[in-house]
Design a protein around this ligand. Structure first.
Ligand SMILES: NC(=O)c1ccc[n+]([C@@H]2O[C@H](COP(=O)([O-])OP(=O)(O)OC[C@H]3O[C@@H](n4cnc5c(N)ncnc54)[C@H](O)[C@@H]3O)[C@@H](O)[C@H]2O)c1
Length: 360
């Protein structure tokens, strides 16, 4: 996008219109004001702060206009799978290439974010566009629809977080069509950031559940505790994870989960990183490293876990190295099933926590 288009996007989004929007925030007749007052301030790129202010303004004040849609790039979903290039990057599409009316587009789309050069980023589900939509998209793009879980493991981190966000928000709207207070139908706003009840006007926002996930080491730091659930692919051992309960701090949640699942006492917890995770709904994974008293006997909760085991640092490093070197081969081995021990693939917070511990 050139600097003229950047100025235009900024003007479109920063306009504090007095026009009354309809309930969905969609106002197709709105037009752009002069941008001359801003044109001197902008180079080719927008700062992080400018972009966040523009997105906030679209969500909370102006809503999406046709001009904004036409300036956008779209991450396209078909039946839950994103359109990716052969290198597992998002195959962004222009709105015009989707050949759909703006109103129908908006009913099936959500505002994802904004790129540094000022392009609005949308996610759109094309199932609602009709029978021919999949073929039409494939013929106009360089991409193919890729299994969602595989996509998250293979995409660049930033793009994976966009894909995860879109999936979670679409799911939330599908499951929350009525007001939880009075039971009447609710309607989504144009950016898809919330729903408003038609009757009592209560506003509902997408929910997000906090999950503590922890890589446990013993006091010697030469052994790591990994666990597997029955639903994990054969051979895979991961970190302990569990939902943080209402009233708990993150640290308390982690201490409780480790006690419940493997019967060990946590001596210390350090926060490391977080990740959005859309399986099965919308979770914020909060990743930590913990030290436990390794002299205690493991007491595994077999209703939650199939197994929990101490692994030497060397064993874990070998598995991590092999996944890093051959991510695609590992993913197909995981799909087909293997007797070999392996750690979670890249794209998961468990993988990052193990990687950070081994490089720390
Ligand atoms: N990204 C990663 O590296 C990674 C690794 C491990 C687990 N996870 C994710 O962490 C989450 C939690 O893992 P888990 O093994 O405890 O999951 P789980 O789905 O087995 O849930 C365990 C229990 O928590 C309760 N529960 C379910 N949803 C809840 C919610 N929204 N709020 C509060 N309690 C809830 C239920 O009683 C359930 O039996 C899952 O979504 C899982 O996919 C991600």
């Amino acid at each position: 996008m050139n600097s003229r288009n950047v100025c235009h996007s900024l003007a479109v989004a920063l306009r504090f219109g007095t026009t009354k929007l309809n309930r969905s925030g969609w106002n197709p007749s709105r037009r752009c004001n002069s941008i001359s007052s801003m044109s001197g301030q902008l180079g080719g790129q927008l700062s992080y702060v400018q972009r966040m202010k523009m997105l906030q303004n679209l969500r909370e004040k102006t809503g999406i206009t046709e001009e904004v849609i036409r300036k956008g790039k779209c991450l396209v979903y078909y039946k839950g799978d994103p359109l990716l290039t052969e290198n597992f990057s998002i195959a962004w599409m222009d709105f015009d290439d989707l050949q759909v009316e703006p109103k129908l587009f908006l009913e099936n789309a959500m505002l994802l974010g904004m790129a540094e050069r000022g392009e609005f980023q949308f996610a759109v589900q094309i199932v609602g566009f009709g029978k021919e939509s999949k073929q039409a998209v494939l013929s106009k793009s360089q991409g193919s629809f890729t299994d969602f879980r595989l996509s998250l493991m293979m995409m660049p981190t930033y793009e994976a977080s966009l894909a995860s966000k879109a999936k979670a928000i679409f799911n939330w709207h599908r499951r929350n069509t009525h007001c939880a207070k009075c039971g009447s139908p609710s309607v989504r706003n144009s950016t898809a950031s919330c729903r408003t009840c038609h009757k009592c006007e209560e506003v509902w926002y997408p929910t997000l559940s906090p999950v503590g996930i922890v890589l446990v080491a013993d006091t010697t730091k030469s052994n790591l505790l990994l666990v597997r659930q029955g639903r994990h692919p054969k051979g895979m051992y991961s970190c302990i994870a569990g939902y943080v309960d209402s009233g708990e701090t993150l640290e308390e949640g982690i201490r409780r989960e480790v006690a419940e699942e493997v019967g060990l006492t946590v001596l210390s917890v350090d926060y490391k990183a977080s990740q959005h995770w859309s399986f099965p709904t919308s979770n914020l994974m909060i990743g930590c490293h913990a030290i436990v008293n390794g002299n205690e006997t493991l007491d595994v909760d077999t209703s939650e876990l199939e197994d929990a085991r101490w692994f030497s640092v060397e064993e874990v490093r070998r598995s991590l190295d092999s996944i890093k070197t051959n991510p695609l081969e590992t993913m197909s081995a995981i799909k087909e099933g293997t007797d070999q021990f392996f750690v979670p693939p890249r794209g998961t917070l468990a993988h990052s926590l193990i990687d950070a511990w081994l490089s720390g």
